[in-house]
Ligand binder design. Structure first.
Ligand code: SF4
Length: 365
């Protein structure tokens, strides 16, 4: 697809806003959830909220992988980090994610072996360099990341290493959307669907939104024009009362997704129930290692017991933020005890977290 110049983009955006105003009935409230944290950041960066007519609300959803990783998972990671024979391998954005009592960055200052990696395959080199240690990789993330980590699990198996393991808490987007609708039907009028996740899974896994819940949805790219195009598509679906999975990101997202990536996911993992931070258990919303790959599951290979029960962070409303029930600045801790420099909850930790985005772009008061 031809890349638009800045001026062309501006003209296209103006035309799309005009179209949105035509499609929107004045006085009507339409709540559209942008599922993905990258969309949340783009919406702020491009000032889209201010351009939309009054009554069209964009609500942030649960699409930030760090934010939805629950404290019990972090407590387990911390329990492993406490062991002398373990090196935790993780992406840097997990360091400040709060567990019930501490975080990995605090553990690191106390001497825990925590190694920040930039690509999952680095764990193979780590395993070779430290044959006397267990390397435990914190395997979190949505479908986009799952395929890459699944390929890493296969690479570890092929390497013959017996000291590299995965602490798995992957999350699947479609079951989370179903759970949101089941829990608060009527509060979401449409979904702006995540571009990156959809590259892997395609359109099919979202069809239940239209077929079972009569909810319009549209896969969107990440610049302002692409997001506004998705809003137009959703409003058109509402107007016509004809619901389907729209896709305004066809240059990147194929109807069938990426079959190779999905094949890897199906080979390495099987669905399981999983717990989302502040939201609770969502059926079939996670994955666990399966078959021959289950031997690389850290919790199977190196079982641990938590010496204290996990608990929610007092006052943090991440669960309500992630479900679109409140805006970040409606959390009493927002901008007071919870800031970008001193985050209390996971939604303020990640750059893709709703609270961090609201804070960064000036909604602190
Ligand atoms: Fe949690 Fe902080 Fe967001 Fe409140 S502002 S919901 S404490 S992350």
């Amino acid at each position: 697809m031809k890349k638009l110049t800045l001026q062309e983009k501006q003209l296209t955006a103006e035309a799309l806003i005009h179209k949105i105003k035509e499609l929107h009935t004045p006085g009507e409230t339409v709540r559209l959830m942008e599922v993905c944290g990258t969309h949340t950041v783009s919406i702020f960066r491009e000032g889209l909220r201010q351009l939309l007519p009054e009554g069209i609300e964009l609500v942030s959803g649960p699409g930030c992988p760090v934010c939805v990783t629950d404290q019990t998972y972090m407590d387990k990671a911390l329990a492993y980090a406490d062991r002398d024979d373990v090196i935790i391998a993780t992406f840097g954005d997990m360091l400040k994610v709060p567990g019930s009592y501490s975080s990995l960055s605090e553990a690191q200052t106390k001497g825990a072996h925590i190694h920040v990696i930039y690509t999952p395959l680095e764990i193979i080199e780590l395993g070779k360099q430290h044959p006397d240690k267990h390397i435990i990789f914190l395997a979190i993330g949505f479908e986009t990341t799952i395929a890459v980590i699944g390929a890493t699990v296969k690479a570890v198996a092929a390497s013959g290493l017996d000291n590299v393991f995965f602490l798995v808490s992957h999350k699947l987007v479609p079951p989370a959307l179903r759970a949101l609708l089941d829990r608060q039907a009527g509060h979401i009028d449409g979904f702006i669907l995540p571009g990156h996740v959809s590259v892997i899974i395609g359109e099919e896994p979202y069809r239940f939104l239209a077929e079972e819940y009569h909810i319009p949805s549209c896969i969107a790219g990440f610049d302002g024009v692409e997001i506004l195009s998705a809003v137009v598509n959703i409003l058109e679906q509402r107007k016509m009362q004809h619901f389907y999975v729209g896709n305004t990101y066809h240059s990147v997202v194929m109807k069938e997704g990426n079959p190779v990536a999905r094949q890897i996911m199906n080979e390495v993992y099987e669905p399981c129930d999983d717990i989302w931070r502040g939201i609770g258990m969502i059926p079939e919303s996670g994955l666990s290692l399966t078959g021959e790959y289950a031997t690389y599951d850290a919790e199977i290979a190196l079982p641990i017991t938590l010496d204290r029960p996990s608990k929610e962070i007092k006052g943090c409303q991440c669960g309500s933020v992630l479900q679109g029930l409140i805006k970040p600045n409606e959390c009493p801790l927002f901008g007071t005890s919870c800031t970008a420099d001193h985050p209390v909850g996971a939604c303020m930790v990640s750059v893709e977290g709703s609270c961090a985005a609201w804070y960064k772009y000036g909604y602190a008061s």
